[in-house]
Design a protein around this ligand. Structure first.
Ligand SMILES: N[C@@H](CCC(=O)N[C@@H](CS)C(=O)NCC(=O)O)C(=O)O
Length: 205
Protein backbone atom coordinates (compact mmCIF):
# COMPACT_ATOMS: atom_id res chain seq x y z
CA UNK A 1 0.00 0.00 0.00
CA UNK A 2 1.02 3.63 -0.51
CA UNK A 3 0.07 6.59 1.63
CA UNK A 4 0.21 9.94 -0.13
CA UNK A 5 1.17 12.37 2.59
CA UNK A 6 2.53 15.86 3.13
CA UNK A 7 4.89 15.83 6.12
CA UNK A 8 3.70 19.26 7.29
CA UNK A 9 -0.06 18.80 6.88
CA UNK A 10 -2.27 17.88 9.85
CA UNK A 11 -4.73 15.47 8.21
CA UNK A 12 -2.12 13.04 6.84
CA UNK A 13 -0.53 13.28 10.29
CA UNK A 14 -3.60 11.53 11.75
CA UNK A 15 -2.83 8.48 9.62
CA UNK A 16 0.90 8.56 10.36
CA UNK A 17 0.08 8.86 14.07
CA UNK A 18 -2.26 5.86 13.97
CA UNK A 19 0.36 3.86 12.05
CA UNK A 20 2.95 4.67 14.74
CA UNK A 21 0.58 3.64 17.56
CA UNK A 22 -0.12 0.33 15.83
CA UNK A 23 3.46 -0.28 14.68
CA UNK A 24 2.41 -0.42 11.01
CA UNK A 25 5.58 -0.15 8.95
CA UNK A 26 4.71 -1.82 5.66
CA UNK A 27 3.00 1.15 3.99
CA UNK A 28 5.12 3.19 1.61
CA UNK A 29 4.77 6.90 2.38
CA UNK A 30 4.81 8.93 -0.83
CA UNK A 31 5.73 12.54 -0.14
CA UNK A 32 3.09 14.72 -1.78
CA UNK A 33 3.83 18.34 -0.96
CA UNK A 34 0.91 20.71 -1.09
CA UNK A 35 3.26 23.72 -1.14
CA UNK A 36 4.65 22.38 -4.42
CA UNK A 37 1.08 21.75 -5.70
CA UNK A 38 1.86 18.02 -5.98
CA UNK A 39 -1.67 17.26 -4.73
CA UNK A 40 -3.02 19.09 -7.79
CA UNK A 41 -1.02 17.12 -10.33
CA UNK A 42 -3.33 15.32 -12.81
CA UNK A 43 -1.90 11.89 -11.90
CA UNK A 44 -2.66 12.43 -8.21
CA UNK A 45 -6.12 13.89 -8.91
CA UNK A 46 -6.97 10.90 -11.08
CA UNK A 47 -6.28 8.66 -8.09
CA UNK A 48 -7.60 10.72 -5.18
CA UNK A 49 -10.52 12.50 -6.84
CA UNK A 50 -9.88 15.68 -4.83
CA UNK A 51 -6.78 17.86 -4.44
CA UNK A 52 -6.35 16.86 -0.81
CA UNK A 53 -3.98 14.66 1.16
CA UNK A 54 -3.95 12.03 2.56
CA UNK A 55 -4.94 9.21 0.21
CA UNK A 56 -4.23 5.51 0.65
CA UNK A 57 -3.69 3.42 -2.48
CA UNK A 58 -4.19 -0.31 -2.04
CA UNK A 59 -2.23 -2.91 -3.97
CA UNK A 60 -5.26 -3.56 -6.24
CA UNK A 61 -5.40 0.14 -7.18
CA UNK A 62 -8.35 1.09 -4.95
CA UNK A 63 -7.84 4.54 -3.42
CA UNK A 64 -9.32 5.62 -0.09
CA UNK A 65 -9.21 9.28 0.86
CA UNK A 66 -10.48 11.01 4.03
CA UNK A 67 -8.06 10.52 6.88
CA UNK A 68 -10.55 8.95 9.28
CA UNK A 69 -11.80 6.49 6.66
CA UNK A 70 -8.19 5.47 6.04
CA UNK A 71 -7.65 5.08 9.78
CA UNK A 72 -10.77 2.91 10.13
CA UNK A 73 -9.54 0.68 7.32
CA UNK A 74 -6.13 0.30 8.98
CA UNK A 75 -7.83 -0.43 12.30
CA UNK A 76 -9.75 -3.26 10.63
CA UNK A 77 -6.49 -4.72 9.33
CA UNK A 78 -4.60 -4.12 12.59
CA UNK A 79 -7.14 -4.24 15.44
CA UNK A 80 -4.64 -3.73 18.28
CA UNK A 81 -4.18 -1.46 20.05
CA UNK A 82 -7.86 -0.62 19.69
CA UNK A 83 -8.44 3.04 18.76
CA UNK A 84 -12.12 3.09 17.70
CA UNK A 85 -13.92 1.19 20.48
CA UNK A 86 -14.48 -2.36 21.70
CA UNK A 87 -18.25 -2.42 22.25
CA UNK A 88 -21.26 -0.47 20.99
CA UNK A 89 -21.27 2.14 23.76
CA UNK A 90 -17.53 2.74 23.77
CA UNK A 91 -17.51 2.95 19.97
CA UNK A 92 -20.29 5.56 20.04
CA UNK A 93 -18.59 7.67 22.71
CA UNK A 94 -15.25 7.57 20.88
CA UNK A 95 -17.04 8.53 17.65
CA UNK A 96 -18.73 11.43 19.43
CA UNK A 97 -15.41 12.80 20.70
CA UNK A 98 -13.67 12.13 17.38
CA UNK A 99 -16.29 14.21 15.57
CA UNK A 100 -16.13 16.95 18.19
CA UNK A 101 -12.33 16.95 18.00
CA UNK A 102 -12.52 17.30 14.23
CA UNK A 103 -15.38 19.77 13.87
CA UNK A 104 -14.77 21.97 16.91
CA UNK A 105 -10.99 21.97 17.15
CA UNK A 106 -8.82 20.34 14.47
CA UNK A 107 -10.53 21.69 11.34
CA UNK A 108 -11.00 25.21 12.73
CA UNK A 109 -7.32 25.28 13.75
CA UNK A 110 -6.24 24.07 10.31
CA UNK A 111 -8.42 26.72 8.64
CA UNK A 112 -7.17 29.47 10.97
CA UNK A 113 -3.61 28.64 9.87
CA UNK A 114 -4.59 28.20 6.23
CA UNK A 115 -6.26 31.64 6.16
CA UNK A 116 -3.62 33.62 8.02
CA UNK A 117 -0.11 32.22 7.54
CA UNK A 118 1.49 34.20 4.69
CA UNK A 119 3.48 31.16 3.52
CA UNK A 120 0.21 29.34 2.74
CA UNK A 121 -1.07 32.05 0.38
CA UNK A 122 0.36 29.94 -2.44
CA UNK A 123 -2.50 27.45 -1.83
CA UNK A 124 -5.17 30.04 -2.68
CA UNK A 125 -6.89 33.18 -1.39
CA UNK A 126 -6.75 33.85 2.34
CA UNK A 127 -9.30 35.62 4.53
CA UNK A 128 -8.33 37.23 7.86
CA UNK A 129 -12.05 37.31 8.74
CA UNK A 130 -12.32 33.56 8.18
CA UNK A 131 -9.19 32.99 10.26
CA UNK A 132 -10.70 35.04 13.09
CA UNK A 133 -14.06 33.25 12.95
CA UNK A 134 -12.32 29.84 13.03
CA UNK A 135 -10.35 31.10 16.04
CA UNK A 136 -13.64 31.98 17.77
CA UNK A 137 -14.92 28.42 17.23
CA UNK A 138 -11.81 27.09 18.98
CA UNK A 139 -12.21 29.56 21.88
CA UNK A 140 -15.89 28.69 22.25
CA UNK A 141 -15.36 24.95 22.47
CA UNK A 142 -12.02 24.61 24.28
CA UNK A 143 -13.89 24.57 27.63
CA UNK A 144 -15.83 21.48 26.44
CA UNK A 145 -12.56 19.59 25.92
CA UNK A 146 -11.09 21.01 29.12
CA UNK A 147 -14.07 19.68 31.14
CA UNK A 148 -13.89 16.29 29.46
CA UNK A 149 -10.19 15.97 30.28
CA UNK A 150 -11.00 16.82 33.90
CA UNK A 151 -13.08 13.62 34.02
CA UNK A 152 -11.05 11.37 31.75
CA UNK A 153 -7.30 11.05 30.99
CA UNK A 154 -8.03 10.99 27.24
CA UNK A 155 -10.84 12.40 25.11
CA UNK A 156 -12.62 9.28 23.90
CA UNK A 157 -12.00 6.75 26.68
CA UNK A 158 -9.61 6.03 29.55
CA UNK A 159 -6.95 5.16 26.99
CA UNK A 160 -5.68 6.87 23.85
CA UNK A 161 -8.16 6.65 20.96
CA UNK A 162 -8.78 8.16 17.55
CA UNK A 163 -10.36 11.22 19.18
CA UNK A 164 -7.03 12.13 20.78
CA UNK A 165 -5.14 11.54 17.54
CA UNK A 166 -7.47 13.83 15.57
CA UNK A 167 -7.11 16.65 18.10
CA UNK A 168 -3.38 16.25 18.71
CA UNK A 169 -2.39 15.87 15.06
CA UNK A 170 -3.43 19.48 14.43
CA UNK A 171 -1.60 21.11 17.34
CA UNK A 172 1.84 21.13 15.70
CA UNK A 173 0.35 22.83 12.64
CA UNK A 174 -1.35 25.35 14.95
CA UNK A 175 2.07 26.22 16.35
CA UNK A 176 2.71 27.95 13.00
CA UNK A 177 0.36 30.70 14.22
CA UNK A 178 1.63 30.32 17.81
CA UNK A 179 -1.38 28.36 18.99
CA UNK A 180 -1.04 27.13 22.57
CA UNK A 181 -3.51 25.77 25.06
CA UNK A 182 -4.24 28.68 27.40
CA UNK A 183 -3.07 28.74 31.02
CA UNK A 184 -6.64 28.33 32.28
CA UNK A 185 -6.86 24.93 30.54
CA UNK A 186 -4.62 22.80 32.80
CA UNK A 187 -6.27 19.55 31.75
CA UNK A 188 -5.65 20.22 28.06
CA UNK A 189 -2.06 21.21 28.84
CA UNK A 190 -1.54 18.00 30.81
CA UNK A 191 -3.10 15.96 27.98
CA UNK A 192 -0.90 17.68 25.38
CA UNK A 193 2.23 16.99 27.45
CA UNK A 194 1.31 13.28 27.28
CA UNK A 195 0.37 13.35 23.59
CA UNK A 196 3.49 15.18 22.42
CA UNK A 197 5.64 12.35 23.80
CA UNK A 198 3.78 9.61 21.93
CA UNK A 199 5.65 8.04 19.00
CA UNK A 200 2.96 9.32 16.65
CA UNK A 201 3.79 12.91 17.49
CA UNK A 202 7.20 12.56 15.86
CA UNK A 203 6.57 10.00 13.13
CA UNK A 204 6.86 10.52 9.42
CA UNK A 205 8.41 13.98 9.34
N1 LIG B 1 -11.42 15.74 5.33
C1 LIG B 1 -10.14 15.51 4.71
C2 LIG B 1 -9.39 16.83 4.69
C3 LIG B 1 -8.08 16.74 3.93
C4 LIG B 1 -7.37 18.09 3.88
O1 LIG B 1 -7.97 19.14 4.11
N2 LIG B 1 -6.08 18.03 3.55
C5 LIG B 1 -5.29 19.24 3.46
C6 LIG B 1 -3.97 19.04 4.17
S1 LIG B 1 -4.19 18.85 5.90
C7 LIG B 1 -4.96 19.54 2.01
O2 LIG B 1 -4.71 18.61 1.25
N3 LIG B 1 -4.98 20.81 1.61
C8 LIG B 1 -4.62 21.20 0.29
C9 LIG B 1 -5.17 22.54 -0.11
O3 LIG B 1 -5.80 23.22 0.72
O4 LIG B 1 -4.96 22.90 -1.27
C10 LIG B 1 -9.38 14.43 5.47
O5 LIG B 1 -9.62 14.29 6.68
O6 LIG B 1 -8.57 13.72 4.89
Amino acid sequence: MKLYSDPFAPNPRRVLWLMAEKGIDDIQVVRTETMKAEHRAPAYLAKAGLPLVPALELDDGTVISESIAICRYLESLHPEPNLFGRDPLETAVIEMWTRRAELLFATPLMLAVRNSLPALATLGPQSPERAASEGRIIETYLPLFERRLGDSPFLGADRLTMADIVAAASVGFGRLIRFEFPGDCPNLRRWWDVMRERPGAKSGR
